[in-house]
Each structure stands twice: as C-alpha cells, then as structure tokens.
Design a binder for this molecule. Structure first.
Ligand code: ZN
Length: 425
C-alpha cells in the first residue's frame, strides 16, 4: 500500500491548459484526462495520472513508421515551432515553497527542500561531471491568496504570489514546491515541467525561464522527492521522456508503439520494480547527454559502413578517465534517426539499476531522433512484455533489416565491452 502511494506520488497528470502545445493527456481505464489546443510558448511534460499502471499508457498510432512522432504528448511539428532551449554551467534557480489559501496540507519544510536540492545538485554534479548545477535561492512562506482549483494554472498563481519577494530577472529556472491534489481529482499531478524555457510575465518584466513543479502532497519521503526533482529538472533542461519501443515480439519491426517512461535505465524513464531499483537514480542515456552538451565530441563515434569492432568504455566516468568512445552512434537513414549504443557499469549512482547482472554485462541500445525528442529503448527481450531485461548481452544481435544494420556485443574486457557493427544489404 505504501509502495503504491509512493508510486502514485510521482505520477500525476496535469490537465492540459492554455499554454500547452496541443497536449493530449493520457488516459488509463478509459478516462481522458484532458485535451486542449491553443498556441503556446513551450511544451510541458507532466507525469501521468496516479491511476495509471506502470508503463502501460499513452499508446500511439500502431502503424507509425518511426519513433519520431511521439513527443511526450506533443507532435513533432509543435516542437519544431517551439524548440526547447538548453544551457549548461550554473543555472540560476529560484526555489519557491508555497501553499494555497485554506489548504490543510502544510508546505514542505525548508530544511527538507534544501536537502532535496542538495541531493539533486550532487546527482547533476556527478552525472554531468560538474558541467551543470542549479545555484538556487530559496523563497518560502508564499501563500497564494485564493484556494487551489483545477480551473487555473497553479504554477502561474504561485509565481504571481511570490512576485513581491523575487526579482525574477535573476533566474533562468523556477522550481516550485507546493501541496496540490494527487489522487482522485481530475487535475491531480505528481510533478510537471516546461520542456526548456517559456515566457513569463512578471512585475519585473518579461523573462524566459523553465518552470517546474513538485506536488509536495505526494512526496512524503525525500528519495522520491529527489528522484522526481532530478527528473523535472531534466525536462527544464530540454529533455523529453526515456521511452521504450514496443513492437510486440520483435525488438524493432512491425506495428510499434512508444511506451512512455519505458526505459528504466534513464532517470527520464521510470525505474520499475520495487525498492531498491524503484529508487534508482540512473544516468541520462548518451543521446540525452549529447543534447545537453555533456559528452565531448570524441566520446561518441559515428559508425559508418563498413562498420567494424569497437571497444566501448563505460558511460559513467568523465571522458578523460577512459579510452573513448563512451557511445556508438549509428545513423538510420538520412533523417537524423540513429541508434545509440552504451555500456553501463556499477559506478556511482548507476550502482543501483534494474536487472544489474544482465545490464552490466551487455549494452543498452536507444533509438534517437534528431532534435529534442523522447528516446526509445530497444528491447533485447521483447517477449518478456517489459523493458527490465532490455540489455543486449554477448552474442546477441540487434538486426535492423530495414536499414541493413547489425549490432552485436562480442566480448567483455577490463576496459569495456567490444561491440561489432556490420552493414549489409
Ligand atoms: Zn516527466
């Protein structure tokens, strides 16, 4: 029961509202959470409804030809019009602890929020190798002078209520912690975020900043709060979800669909399983690290015909500590779609991971589209019906008959895993 509550806590769905891009929310047990359309400055990723079972949702057109069309509920066209913006280095962040008038739930204690932010920054420090951190000021005691309602954007109400306290021109990131509905209410949510920055009108002028929200009513324990906050900051930096690519019994071909959060090996997905993997805080996959500018050029090799054998170093250490590459990128046609091959080891935060024995002795393969999109984990064991054993182990080949690509891990060595890439007709 407790586990169910924790699981629910992270995943709520925010009803799509005026600023969203043609945002269609999911649905479980046949209930459409929301649908709206007006033009917007940024996409928003919300965590799904508490009633959703793990992995099972947001299915898409089963005959869609590629992974490119599925964007956290946003169409590719919408995102092309409103590209997310990224930055790295110091991210000036305003952390706001708030409540709505008349709420019986107390806001999260300042000390707890600081602890969460410390853990979040520790994670980003480790995973980005010091390239991204959220330098923040904390503003607490903010009360929105009216009760919470599903009829307006709670984040805008909090930003406005905190305006007298804050010079918003000083910040690129806003992270709001306040208690909201997380179960049994139409607009229940666990957390949500803009993807990249959006335009915000404040008393200090119009600014561009990402806006992320944590529903602290659903975050009784800090491991969940930390995981969710890291995840929402990932959206703030421009990342979509780490999804799984489900084609029935075939890893790649056939009627396929994108399973939101399906990648348990990326914090932009969902850890799956029970504690301790459920509390795992795994690295971003290499496609996302490239998007964030965290992987240097020479850490990623573009494999072209005729292919060959490559020694792939673990993804976790800084590039200068290993012999590159830390990722193989294999283009799939001319449209910017590519496989990313990566090798995980029990280093730092990746010591806690789903199916460790299999994962540490094989490679993970994601399909990535050009631009900011969700990643699609290719499943080595699709017949299992989940992505927990997605790693490709020694001797197992991913065959892409459409583009004539074959990827096979062939041997484990001290310094990494040897992977063969072949191109055929
Ligand atoms: Zn998310």
């Amino acid at each position: 029961m407790l586990t169910m509550q924790l699981r629910s806590a992270h995943h709520g769905a925010k009803r799509s509202r005026a600023r969203n891009v043609r945002h269609r929310w999911l649905v479980t047990v046949g209930l459409i959470v929301g649908f709206s359309a007006p033009a917007p400055p940024a996409a928003i990723c919300a965590e799904r409804s508490p009633s959703s079972p793990p992995y099972d949702h947001r299915t898409t057109d089963a005959t869609a030809p590629s992974a490119a069309s599925f964007l956290c509920g946003v169409t590719a066209k919408d995102v092309a019009e409103f590209p997310p913006e990224f930055s790295s280095g110091s991210e000036p962040t305003a952390v706001i602890i708030a409540r709505f008038q008349g709420q019986w739930m107390v806001p999260m204690a300042e000390r707890k929020v600081r602890k969460v932010m410390r853990q979040v920054n520790d994670w980003y420090e480790e995973v980005s190798h010091g390239q991204t951190r959220f330098d923040y000021d904390l503003y607490s005691g903010v009360t929105v002078p009216f009760p919470f309602s599903c009829k307006f954007d709670a984040d805008d109400a909090v930003i406005e209520a905190a305006d007298p306290l804050i010079d918003y021109t000083q910040y690129d990131r806003l992270m709001l912690f306040f208690p909201g509905p997380f179960i049994g209410v139409e607009c229940a949510f666990g957390g949500y975020s803009s993807v990249g920055k959006r335009t915000i009108r404040t008393e200090d002028g119009t600014i561009r900043a990402s806006v992320s929200v944590m529903n602290t009513a659903g975050l009784p324990f800090s491991p969940i709060a930390t995981r969710s906050t890291i995840h929402e900051f990932g959206h703030a930096l421009g990342l979509y979800h780490a999804n799984g690519w489900d084609c029935g019994d075939d890893p790649l071909e056939g009627p396929c669909r994108s399973i939101e959060y399906g990648n348990a090996f990326d914090i932009m997905g969902e850890p799956g399983g029970l504690v301790p993997p459920a509390l795992a805080l795994p690295h971003f996959s290499p496609g996302f690290k490239v998007q964030l500018g965290w992987l240097p050029e020479d850490a990623v090799i573009d494999v072209e015909p005729p292919g060959g054998r490559y020694m792939l170093a673990p993804l976790e250490p800084p590039a200068h500590e290993v012999d590159p590459p830390q990722a193989l990128r294999i283009a799939r046609g001319e449209e910017g779609e590519a496989f990313y091959v990566e090798f995980r080891q029990p280093i730092g935060v990746d010591q806690r991971i789903r199916s460790p024995k299999r994962t540490y002795s094989g490679v993970l393969i994601n399909l990535i589209s050009s631009g900011a999109k969700p990643s699609q984990l290719i499943n080595a064991r699709p017949e299992r019906g989940h992505f927990g054993k997605a790693a490709w182990i020694i001797g197992q080949s991913l065959e892409d008959s459409r583009w004539g690509i074959r990827i096979t891990p062939i041997a484990l060595h001290d310094q990494g895993i040897e992977v063969e890439v072949e191109f055929g007709p």
